[in-house]
Ligand binder design. Sequence first.
Ligand SMILES: Cc1cc2nc3c(=O)[nH]c(=O)nc-3n(C[C@H](O)[C@H](O)[C@H](O)COP(=O)(O)OP(=O)(O)OC[C@H]3O[C@@H](n4cnc5c(N)ncnc54)[C@H](O)[C@@H]3O)c2cc1C
Length: 506
Amino acid sequence: MPADLLIECLTGTCVRPNCTMKNRVLVVGGGLAGTAVAIHLAHSGNQVVLAMPKHVQDTNSYHAQGGIAAVLSNTEDSLDQHLEDTLEAGAGMTDETVARYVIEHAAEEISQLESWGVHFDEVEDHSYSLHREGGHSASRILHIKDYTGKGIMTALYEQLESHPNIEVHKGWRADKLLRRSDGSCGGALLHDGEEYYTVEADHTVLATGGLGALFNTTSNPDLAWGSGVALAMELGAKVRDMAFVQFHPTVLYSDQPGKSLLISEAVRGAGGILRNHDGVAFMTQYDKRGDLATRDVVSKSIYNEMLKADVKWMYLDVTHFETGKFEEVFPIISEGLRQRGLDPAVDLIPVTPASHYHCGGIDTAISGATNVSGLWALGECARTGLHGANRLASNSLLEAIVFARTVADSISKSVERAVSDVPLAAEFSESEASDRSEIENLQREVSRYLGVMRNRAELDEMIASWESRKESTSNRELALRLALCIEIAKDSLRYSQDVGALTWMA
Ligand SMILES: Cc1cc2nc3c(=O)[nH]c(=O)nc-3n(C[C@H](O)[C@H](O)[C@H](O)COP(=O)(O)OP(=O)(O)OC[C@H]3O[C@@H](n4cnc5c(N)ncnc54)[C@H](O)[C@@H]3O)c2cc1C
């Protein structure tokens, strides 16, 4: 073996097919949470293996439009107001200690992003351009036009490429988490589309994002179906608040399944008005905040109007905007609409609620630790307690960057040791290819039974059906998806009343 390869094997950096590598920290997921935690870990001298998507467009982070909620010292807003809005959106289920922690660290993490090369929009006097979104009592959303996620991820990916302590593997997906014989997590089995790789690690960090693509209609990319949460559950990690799937009220209506264009809430913040098919602006009938009510209220109101009129969409009206204003402030949305033959200056925009964000997930302590030793989680796959039963708009990018530093610090401070010598508990077998038709069928069921409004009796029946299919299928992806559906349904049934993002049919 050539000397350089031997050194790679001894130091655990060998990437040859079928080589069993040994690394200290494995980070799974290359969105904002995964890249930021990898950079922090690397800066602290950890050796990081980062399994990330082939394309940055496969992350939810890239598609974030509205921005990051943050109260900075040079504004007239206050931390207490941000906290109050977060608690109100969370419908009594937010962990106040966690919320305060995240909100108080916002300014520090915005500076960190800037030091990594992110430039937020400014106004003439060079103070930040701050947008206001539904549920926020003040303008506090930092943004980069309407492509904040793209702006942030472009800067962070440059940081990744230049760091010697980070070994980046594009297109690697975790297929199974490895259990050591003492019950701890020992890394993961990953797949690059052709080969399987065993990556052993002292610490495994899940940053695998949301589960919008469990549903038929979503704002999320296809890979965001919750695989990280399902793998963690399989290993024995606790999950919490699984019932609370947030539906974005205004995703462009499409008769095709899958990801559709999101029309940011900042559009309503800038004056966009929801109208029914008779042209009536209906939101004030549902909430005194009208079009600026929190997204759960707006989603339910739109859904209700759709049921009443037996139609599949409502309209968002921006035709009254000053000429050229919409294109200037929302260039990506404008372009997306034009590609679909819509001119926002004259056309009403057909919108429908769609699965968007998961408030629940892998239960984590404020350090980012899960109940499984060696396993950590952050970002959308984690349930930190910040969002309660309903996330306040633009709090999730903030959560990702705050917990990136927290998790990296927690891992760096944990007892230094070489890769654990506790052996892996069991061998694993390669999984079978997924049958897409069964998965598409499940996506339709999920939209029907776990959508904006749920029905108790139907959920009981679906749990029985999903459990029996989970037992009998040899399709691993389907089984993991079914496990998530069962968990969401069972958690929903714990609530007899509507709570936050969870609504029962009358
Ligand atoms: C259209 C849209 C607009 C949004 N706008 C905003 C906004 O303005 N402000 C805001 O705060 N939030 C917004 N959100 C939510 C926010 O973008 C996400 O909550 C946040 O980016 C999540 O970051 P993350 O790093 O946890 O996950 P992601 O960015 O989704 O990254 C997770 C990565 O993990 C990968 N992955 C998943 N499973 C595996 C596996 N098994 N193995 C390996 N990799 C895996 C995924 O492919 C993905 O690349 C928006 C979301 C969407 C979809």
